[in-house]
Write a protein that binds this ligand. Structure first.
Ligand code: ADP
Ligand code: MG
Length: 362
């Protein structure tokens, strides 16, 4: 049975610089037309992983395969120019003395007619058809970024490697350019690895997110799954603010001031943390001022007092000091909701939207 090889596959890639490994046993596969985002905090090893794939950095162990051919592994290290990759970095420096067309043609081989045709096709695709004879300094940041994309794609790379390519652009431009870029990458059918430390960017661009921490991939999956089924508290916290309620699991149940939570699979007598994103902490307006309702499907409401409320445009963030232990919880309410400090309200936790994690004890 013939299976199409993934555009990119890396297996057990490991790299140390003197101390402990900064990339540790990283494996992933990217199919044609698929975007995988390496997402994680600064210093977690994203760029080093990308540089090893590109061949500008060597791995201590592991293999890099592109289109079914081994590029790097024990006793083998092909240089970047022989790997069929395109690269785009934050600092995508175009050649200032060359025209837009010459910049795009830079990595192309073959006869002049074919080159001119490919350059024309790409400039059209990035919506810069009329810009061929301009120089980089005559273009806006967004236009320069699109030229860089066209330049990277011109030789039809099998794998496109992008390291924070949008971080130099101002916010207003960024969303539009992300969407255009994504559309073109899909049309070109390269396998794409995009490095970013911004969860929003990964959620917007990725078919698959590979969440990295301390040199390792801690979770891989579609954006929906990584956001809605985080592997641990830190994975949940990487995507949004979180609220944490602590308790002890007994007989697969954990009692909290918000009522009982099902906590199957946790050690009897073991500490658990119930993690809730601010948008899933609900204000129980019906119940406000009338006390708890133990029969609610969402458990028991708990009372808190508003510390402060801020309007963020699409939502309002309201911080509460909870009566039960003085801790702070934050609720996100769609639209405008700005209760004054000191207002007492009842909060509930949606059972289908909270994550329960065991707490490691030494
Ligand atoms: P990220 O891109 O996720 O921010 P990097 O892959 O750039 O992280 O870096 C991971 C870690 O490896 C950092 O602590 C960085 O200082 C270290 N590092 C990267 N390259 C080198 C190098 N050439 N020599 C020594 N340390 C390096
Ligand atoms: Mg980096």
């Amino acid at each position: 049975m013939a299976e199409t090889a993934p555009r990119l596959e890396i297996r057990g890639v490991t790299r140390a610089f003197g101390g402990g490994p900064v990339v540790a046993d990283v494996s992933l596969a990217v199919a044609a037309g698929q975007v995988t985002c390496l997402l994680g905090p600064s210093g977690c090893g994203k760029s080093t992983t990308l540089r090893i794939i590109a061949g500008v950095e060597r791995a201590d162990a592991g293999e890099v395969w592109i289109d079914g051919a081994r590029m790097a592994g024990p006793g083998l290290h092909l240089p970047p120019e022989r790997r069929g990759i395109g690269m785009m970095f934050q600092d995508f420096a175009l050649f200032p003395h060359l025209t837009v067309a010459a910049n795009v043609a830079f990595g192309l081989t073959g006869d002049r007619t074919a080159k001119t045709a490919r350059v024309g096709e790409l400039l059209e695709r990035v919506n810069l058809a009329g810009f061929a004879d301009k120089h980089p300094h005559q273009l806006s940041g967004g236009e320069q970024q699109r030229v860089a994309l066209a330049r990277a794609l011109a030789p039809r790379p099998k794998v496109m490697l992008m390291d924070e390519p949008f971080s130099g652009l101002d916010n207003r431009l960024r969303d539009g350019i992300r969407d255009t870029t994504l559309e073109i990458l899909k049309e070109e059918g390269a396998g794409v690895v995009l490095v970013t430390h911004e969860p929003d960017e990964a959620m917007r661009m990725a078919d698959e997110i590979a969440l990295m921490r301390g040199g390792r991939i801690v979770q891989r999956g579609a954006p929906y799954n990584v956001y809605n089924a985080p592997v641990d508290k830190a994975a949940a916290a990487f995507f949004s603010d979180i609220n944490v309620i602590r308790g002890i699991s007994r007989g697969a149940l954990t009692q909290t001031p918000f009522g009982a939570f099902l906590t199957p699979g946790h050690v009897d007598g073991g500490a658990v943390e119930i993690v809730i994103r601010p948008q899933h902490l609900k204000i129980d307006f019906d119940r406000a001022g009338r006390g708890p309702n133990p029969t609610s499907l969402d458990g028991t409401p708990a009372r808190g007092e508003v510390i402060r409320a801020r309007y963020l445009g699409r939502e309002s963030l309201v911080e509460f000091r909870m009566d039960f232990d003085g801790s702070t919880l934050t609720a996100s309410v769609p639209g405008v909701f700005l209760p004054s400090p000191g207002t007492a309200l009842w909060l509930m936790i949606r059972r289908d939207r909270c994550f329960v994690f065991g707490v490691q004890t030494k």
